[in-house]
Design a protein around this ligand. Structure first.
Ligand code: ASP
Length: 351
């Protein structure tokens, strides 16, 4: 792993140097409270084992189209002077609607053959946040997370309580739990169960290291014309999860964080992101140590997480419009809109 990590890192920075790693190009795209500052958006559709050979041309096209559609949604709002908060909610909602990602329709199956969804949203300049975990019937968990933030005095609601809160909001669409599943996710569960049965004798616990145990979580971080940052993340969690397991995605500071200067949305093996307070750690390094966004994100994703045995990636941006999208897996579905208006999507480490 370490060798591939460093080469991944080099490849990532090499390939994206013109748009993502050369932050100096945007160094003068400074915060502007008059509503005419630069806009930026980064999105992810999950990190994990994503091999070129295993992804058909059709699949790749559809995934890139879904990422583009999500970028369109966020860009439309930001371009019209809308808020970063509205942009990340709308962007993540598009990704939740796509069966290609592990969030909303297309969420992974838990060990009981059902779906439990987690999501969160955070607004940087106010430090307001909302999150839900273990939701089973709300079509767009990111909308429910936003509602928790806007219409309750709480930050996180879980399970039945979150569902009851949703009951009080007619505009939050409900669906049968089975709506979230797809045949591909069912196959993933079947594979995970078979693998686990085979491994039960030899080792304990760690079915999560299976190649398709996760990936496909979605997230977005946006910078609006007023220089305000927001972040959102949504997921079905990890295939075959048990006991009401909750990952990092709905945990403020782990899978999602935004403050006045920096925002992060994460994807990967959630337990490691929780233990290392990944999203907050990246922004804290920027705020307290003066690290550049790229340095902070690289350090946490390429060194801290793997040193502890985890893997995954993040998308991040700062108030100057610098973007960073490091990951230590073979791929991460991702997209970006830079302050200079350039846009792109990518999947593999070498692009
Ligand atoms: N981080 C998510 C979780 O642990 C999974 C993922 O990103 O794919 O629930």
């Amino acid at each position: 792993m370490p060798a591939s990590l460093s080469s991944n890192r080099l490849r990532l920075c090499g390939a994206l140097v013109a748009t993502l790693c050369a932050g100096a190009a945007w160094a003068d795209a400074s915060r502007d409270d008059t509503g005419s500052g630069p806009i930026a958006l980064v999105i992810h559709g999950g990190a994990g084992v994503i091999e070129r050979d295993a992804l058909s041309a059709d699949d790749e096209r559809e995934i890139r189209a879904a990422l583009d559609q999500a970028l369109d949604a966020g860009q439309g709002i930001l371009g019209a002077g809308g808020s970063a908060l509205d942009a990340v909610e709308a962007t993540v909602r598009v990704l939740e609607e796509s069966p290609r990602f592990n969030a909303g329709h297309g969420a992974v199956f838990n060990a009981d053959g059902g779906h439990e969804l987690d999501a969160s949203v955070m607004e940087g300049h106010t430090r307001r946040a909302g999150a839900v975990a273990g939701v089973t019937t709300v079509r767009n968990p990111v909308r429910l997370a936003r509602r928790v933030m806007d219409a309750s005095p709480h930050v996180m609601l879980i399970g039945d309580g979150a569902e009851r809160f949703a009951d009080a909001h007619d505009d939050l669409e409900r669906v049968p739990n089975a709506w979230f599943g797809t045949p591909q996710r069912r196959e993933q569960l079947d594979r995970a169960r078979a693998r686990e049965a085979a491994q039960r004798q030899a080792r304990h616990g760690r079915d999560a290291d299976a190649p398709d145990a996760y990936f496909g979580t979605v997230g977005a971080v946006a910078l609006d014309r007023d220089g305000r940052i927001a972040a959102a993340t949504s997921t079905g969690g990890m295939t075959n999860k048990r006991y009401g397991r909750v990952g990092d995605a709905p945990i403020i500071g782990a899978g999602t964080w935004a403050d006045a200067g920096c925002g992060v949305s994460a994807t990967g093996w959630g337990e490691f992101f929780i233990r290392n307070a990944v999203a907050h750690d990246i922004c804290a390094r920027v705020a307290y140590r003066g690290d550049s966004l790229q340095t902070a994100a690289d350090e946490v994703v390429m060194r801290v997480i793997p040193e502890h045995g985890g893997d995954g990636g993040v998308i991040a941006l700062d108030a100057q419009g610098h973007l960073a999208l490091p990951f230590n897996t073979s791929g991460m579905y991702r997209g970006w809109l830079a302050p200079d208006g350039s846009r792109g999507t990518a999947i593999f480490a070498d692009e």
